[in-house]
Design a protein around this ligand. Structure first.
Ligand code: ZN
Length: 411
């Protein structure tokens, strides 16, 4: 067996064991692209090896998806196919684990009418409410991982041939998810623990707000919730199953107060939104709401995100990632949020996390909104961290403590 095949098998085992923590007799819904068919087969085999009751595989093809967006009329996207919603909702009700293998071409949807993408994300969110609700209530195991595919790989490594680029992207993925350590399962257990001390410190400080500064011009104060919680490193369902929603993961995050962000923030990395790039952009906030935005590339895409609903103009996430994180240090720009968000401090427009609020998983969306957790059909991460980012934590009495200095943890 070649080294790559061995690593792929180790990766598949890691995904099913640590990512999904699949239980014997549990069902698995696996979503993948036709570009990663072979890896999807390995993951399916591994799931059965670990006792899956049944693995349902949902394949999508990016080029066919693009054809839908090119040819279907706008109103088609307002009605989400019933059978697709039924698949997600019924599997959620049965307690299946949801695994997505992503391998997106960063430019798959360039030039597509943004309003169609907006309608699609709105209608899918509405139709899949029971599934979304199960996630918000902490009942479901869900996990997003990546597989190398030619279009994505060549966007990351344009100087290489398709085959070389795919090989190199696989190596970068293996290293980001610790597959090339002696015992990846143990490495992830250790990884989970390493977050605990920092989360505990942040949770014990009860900061009222954070002040972000960067050399790009960022000068933003983000207000936090009094009952806010910092999360990160791994997740656990309400019934006690430990899992990792994202592999890789390097972030510690919370949901800020939806009404309290003031100032301006500059992006530090390009954002690829549904296959359309947005570059060098800034957002100005007043009373938690975006009041102005400007992008050198992709202004229309940025405005489309902000137009999804009223929650899309407010913050749902604030995440801390040190500049010396392994993904940042790899020097690779992945053009994919799963990786790039783990290389940089970031914020997200849209939906907040119920588990970032004390007792939040027992509250409805409207109740969460009333206490400061943002409600939206979307959640879009964008990177703001730089080598010189400073973050100061400010207590309710005005007392200040450094959290980040020169891009890294200050404590
Ligand atoms: Zn994040």
């Amino acid at each position: 067996m070649s080294k790559v095949t061995q690593d792929l098998e180790k990766y598949a085992e890691l995904i099913i064991s640590s990512g999904c923590n699949l239980q014997p007799g549990q069902e698995l819904l696996l979503s993948a692209s036709t570009d990663s068919c072979e890896f999807a087969r390995m993951v399916t085999a591994e799931a059965y090896k670990q006792g899956a009751r049944r693995v349902t595989v949902r394949f999508a093809d990016e080029k066919i998806s693009r054809l839908h967006f090119e040819h279907c009329a706008l109103e088609v996207f307002k009605d989400f196919p019933e059978w697709q919603a039924l698949l997600s909702n019924s599997m959620a009700e049965k307690g299946a684990a949801f695994l997505s293998i992503i391998s997106d071409d960063p430019l798959a949807m360039v030039g597509i009418d943004q309003s169609k993408l907006v309608e699609h994300s709105r209608s899918s969110y509405e139709a899949c409410k029971p599934f979304q609700q199960a996630i918000a209530e902490g009942k479901l195991v869900w996990c997003i991982v990546a597989a190398a595919a030619p279009q994505w790989a060549q966007h990351v490594f344009p100087q290489l041939s398709a085959e070389e680029a795919v090989d190199k992207l696989w190596q970068a993925i293996f290293s980001a998810v610790r597959v090339n350590t002696a015992d990846p399962l143990a490495a992830w257990q250790q990884h989970r623990k390493s977050f605990d001390a920092r989360k505990a410190w942040l949770n014990s400080q009860h900061f009222d707000r954070l002040h972000f500064h960067s050399e790009l011009g960022t000068n933003l104060v983000v207000g936090l919730n009094e009952k806010g919680l910092w999360q990160g490193g791994g997740d656990i369902t309400t019934s006690g199953t430990e899992f990792f929603p994202n592999m890789p993961t390097e972030e510690i995050f919370t949901t800020p107060n939806r009404l309290r962000a003031e100032g301006i923030v500059y992006s530090s990395m390009p954002l690829i939104h549904y296959g359309s790039p947005i570059k060098d952009f800034s957002l100005s906030f007043k009373n938690g709401k975006v009041v102005d935005c400007s992008a050198k590339v992709g202004q229309d895409v940025l405005e489309a995100i902000l137009s999804i609903d009223k929650g899309a103009t407010r913050l749902g996430e604030c995440a801390l990632v040190p500049w010396d994180s392994p993904i940042q240090q790899s020097g690779i720009l992945f053009f994919n949020t799963l990786f790039d968000e783990n290389a940089s401090c970031h914020l997200a427009l849209g939906k907040g996390f119920s588990d970032c609020f004390e007792g939040g998983q027992k509250l409805s969306e409207d109740e969460l909104e009333a206490v400061g957790v943002n409600k939206s059909a979307t959640h879009v991460d964008f990177m703001i961290g730089t080598a010189n980012m400073s973050i100061t934590g400010i207590k309710p009495d005005g007392h200040e403590l450094p959290i980040f200095s020169k891009g890294n943890w200050a404590f």
